[in-house]
Ligand binder design. Structure first.
Ligand code: DOR
Ligand code: ZN
Length: 317
């Protein structure tokens, strides 16, 4: 049994860190493990211009020595946290997509439709059929990252696609199915978007992540919220995993005997897809059970991480 694993320093290709005082807690968690991160803003007001993006980047950089990359994130309006100002019709942004395709800028998509007549659990599959397939037909050389995929449908789609389509996978979608949200009562800390799906989807995602296909890579979608707003009549979506991200991915890969695939998934595939250099340092994981804190301070509030107070089998040395 492997007891220790050394990897090239990984990157997180999908991360939320919020703003202001919250940065103090969450940025150091990510900076302790990852070389770089794609920060998904989901702020109010939204980050819509290069100027706003650079100002936000400098606030984050004040807390970490990470590098930054510019791409564009597509949020269907209403699909997730603070996405009310999102895109209502892809056709409206066709001139932007045309320009992005030309200069090789990546489009990062939250792939869910939002119409109320589509079952919540079918939103990702419907997005592929009604949005992604037409989009790819109209912009075949636009590089797209299908973010935090949650279904077998999405894994199959990306697997069959060409070099212009990649996908990020979260640790929580590799470890849990939708039962986690309802075990012994409603468990708001397992509620995220896209929502956890059936076991067959989790298995398909884990197969994709560990398959050796280079277009699947790590993106935690770690999404901190104040605990009182998750434990609420209308609790917000997001699982916080940055405090133990690599440990959770190691647990998932280990569960299918595929630890040897973790380095490519965590440290090579994303950088290669983005056309960026791979990191140079290393990070070591040890098989050593430990229990993360029940909560972290989060500005004036509390932040409860996923699995709070529960032991994890792997630990970053
Ligand atoms: O669960 C989620 N939380 N999914 C998202 O897409 C956004 C994120 C957040 O910002 O809270
Ligand atoms: Zn996200």
């Amino acid at each position: 049994m492997t007891s220790s694993l050394t990897l090239t320093r990984p990157d997180d290709w999908h991360l939320h860190v919020r703003d202001g005082a919250a940065l103090q807690t969450v940025v150091p968690h990510t900076a302790a493990q990852f070389g770089r991160a794609i920060i998904m803003p989901n702020l109010k007001p939204p980050v819509t211009t290069a100027e706003l993006a650079l100002a936000y980047k400098s606030r984050i950089m004040a807390k970490a020595k990470a590098a930054g990359v510019v791409a564009c994130k597509l949020y269907p309006a209403g699909a997730t946290t603070n996405s009310d100002a999102g895109v209502t019709d892809l056709k409206k942004i066709y001139p932007t997509l045309e320009a992005m395709q030309k200069v090789g800028m990546l489009l990062l998509v939250h792939g869910e439709v939002t119409s109320s007549d589509i079952d919540l659990f079918d939103r990702e599959a419907a997005f592929i059929d009604t949005q992604l397939i037409p989009l790819r037909r109209d912009f075949p050389e636009l590089k797209i990252v299908f973010e935090h995929i949650t279904t077998q449908d999405a894994a199959d789609y990306v697997m069959a696609a060409d070099r212009f389509v990649g996908a990020t996978l979260t640790a929580h979608h590799l470890l849990y199915n939708r039962n986690a949200i309802f075990t012994g009562g409603i468990r708001p800390h397992y509620y995220c978007l896209p929502v956890l799906k059936r076991e067959k989807h989790r298995v398909a995602l884990l197969n994709a992540a560990t398959s050796g296909n280079t277009r699947f890579f790590l993106g935690t979608d770690s999404a901190p919220h104040p605990a009182h707003l998750k434990e609420h009549a209308s609790g917000c979506a997001g699982c916080y995993t940055a405090h133990a991200a690599l440990e959770m991915y190691a647990e998932a890969f280990d569960s299918v005997g595929k630890l040897a695939q973790l380095e490519a998934f965590a440290s090579f595939n994303g950088a290669d897809f983005y056309g960026l250099p791979r990191n140079t340092g290393t990070i070591t994981l040890k098989r050593e059970a430990w229990t993360p804190p029940e909560s972290f301070q989060f500005g004036e509030a509390e932040l409860k991480p996923l699995r709070s107070g529960e032991a994890l089998p792997w630990r970053v040395a």
